[in-house]
Every structure is written in C-alpha cells, then in structure tokens.
Write a protein that binds this ligand. Sequence first.
Ligand SMILES: [Ca+2]
Ligand SMILES: [Ca+2]
Ligand SMILES: [Cu+2]
Length: 353
Amino acid sequence: MSGISHSATRARDEGRPSEPGAAAAPQPDMVWVPGGTFRMGSQDFYPEEAPVHRVTVDGFWIDRHPVTNAQFARFVEATRYVTFAERPPKAEDYPGARPELLVPGSLVFQKPPRPVDLSNYENWWAYVPGTDWRHPEGPESSLHGRWAHPVVHVAYEDAKAYAAWAGKTLPTEAEWEFAARGGLDGAAYCWGDEFAPAGTMMANTWQGEFPWENLRADGFEGTSPVGAFPPNGYGLYDMAGNVWEWTADWYLPKHPEEARKACCVPVNPRGGRKEQSYDPGQPQIAIPRKVLKGGSHLCAPNYCLRYRPAARFPEPIDTSTCHVGFRCIVRTAKASAAGGRGEHAAGPAARSA
Ligand SMILES: [Ca+2]
Ligand SMILES: [Ca+2]
Ligand SMILES: [Cu+2]
C-alpha cells in the first residue's frame, strides 16, 4: 500500500515516518496514532502522576471513542458472554463480606441531597444488586436512550473479553496517555492548558460541588453519547471525562524516574508487576489493581481533578461501576514484537495481562 492515507496526514510527530501499519484501518472507527517519544505524567496535580519522564511508544490503531452499549450488545449477542457484575460473587473470594453483598450487582453513584464528608466514599457509592451493563442505574433502569453511550459496569476481564472477540487488545497506560495527549507536549488537558477555552466545554466532567451539586454546565448529569464533545488532535473522542477507561497495566503508585540518557528511555513500557499492584492500605484484600485513565463525568475540581491525560487511578480488577468503561487498540506487528524494551520495562511475566 502506498500514498498518504488520511490517518497518516493526521500524524503530528512529523519527525517520525508514518509506519506501514498506518495505511488502512484494520477495523472501522479506529484512528492511527503515529507513535513517538513524549513526556508522560505530570508534576502539577497528584503525586501518583509524577515524575514526568520520557517514554517512547510505537504507533498503533485506537478506537475513536469508548466502546458503546450498542457495540457491547453485539459482542454479548454473538458470544452469550455474561459479565462479572451479572455473576454471583464467590464467598471464598471475599472473606468477611456481608451475605447481602454476595449477589450479582455493581457500584452505582447516588447523589446525596446535601454536602457530605468527602473522606468516606460510601456517602455516594452504593453496591446495588441487579445493576449491570444493561441496567446501569439499578435493576429498574435500562439502555433506552443510551445505546450510543459508553458501556459501563464492566470489570477488567469483561473489557479483555470484548477486546479479544473484536480482534483488538487493551492499551497500555503509556499508549493511552500518548493517544490522549493528541500530539500536544506536556499540556494539562487533552486539548491544551485551559479547561474551557473561549467558554467551550471540552469534556463531560462534573461542574459544581461534588458529590451533591451537579450544575451540568456541560449538558450531562451522567454519561453522554460518545462524540458529544470535540475530538483531540488525533481525532479521538472522550479521552478525558465521560467514563474512565481500563488499561492493561498493573498499577504502581508512581512513575519511574526520567531516564538520564536518551538511549535508556523506556520503549513500550508495560507498567508494574501484578504483585506490586495490591492496595497497601487494605492488605487483607488480594485483588490486584489495573490503571484507569482519563477521568469521568464524576470528576470535579473540589474532589478529583482527573479529566486529564496524566491522571491515573488504581482500580481493582473485579470492580465495576457506572463511570468506568474502555476502548481498544490494534498494534502493528512491529509494536507487538517490541513490547517491553527499555530499562524500566517489566519482564515477560508481567505482560500476561
Ligand atoms: Ca457532566
Ligand atoms: Ca474517557
Ligand atoms: Cu475522578
């Protein structure tokens, strides 16, 4: 294949030749991200985003928007897949859990009527039996009017199962963040350094005082249809806000140090090791955690200013909620073969996820 493809013209990193994989999208609604070296992380917000360090990623294809309910429904129709939230939790996996919680369900945000203690998330999160991707706000709710919204209430294995069925895979944190930055170097947001340039809302976040006052200046109380806000420099929608997105990386509470020499910049890094990802604050819970990226419609400056490319959150792999979804990527043969190079990269054992 030759000539300049429409995706290659989108490439921002002109110093790097577009790769052969860029010629034709492997599937509809995917965008070529050209790869390159970028500054990952931020030192201006939360400690887990530091230090800023250079990382190189090879080019890859990425879904233009998060996986929607309509897309997820096609997967479930084709495979009869049953999501994690639809299966009864096994008592042996949750020692000490109250019996009423050992039923299928998922975490739903419940807006309190007045200001609450922000140190206790149970003031706005509830495990609601009968909640799943088809019933996003509880058993009485449905997907009516929500087919173009991102699928939610998906645990990590659900995202992985969808990706495998679609012939895709989940991005690493580095790939996700590179894509989210849209070709901008070190900008606070996916579109620049200003939250609402010329008054334009650029993402579905929370305006007002979380969790009791949702002013909806962006037009949406909860999730929004994909593509309701402007795309970033690579043509990607909803990278910031709407729903958090699963990545394939095990969580570490900080980034590696900046490589001292250009030769040692990590290439296609794959996060930490599974054993390092457990929550040190809850040693009795042996559920490893993956990195979520991008923030959600529940992120507000007074509580969680995480609708930014550098933001990251540790999510236990068994957890599903009303504000976590995912999108997929397809790597070229070259990028797949190159995975894990660089001094900070994890060994092969960490790549099984
Ligand atoms: Ca909103
Ligand atoms: Ca998002
Ligand atoms: Cu948040």
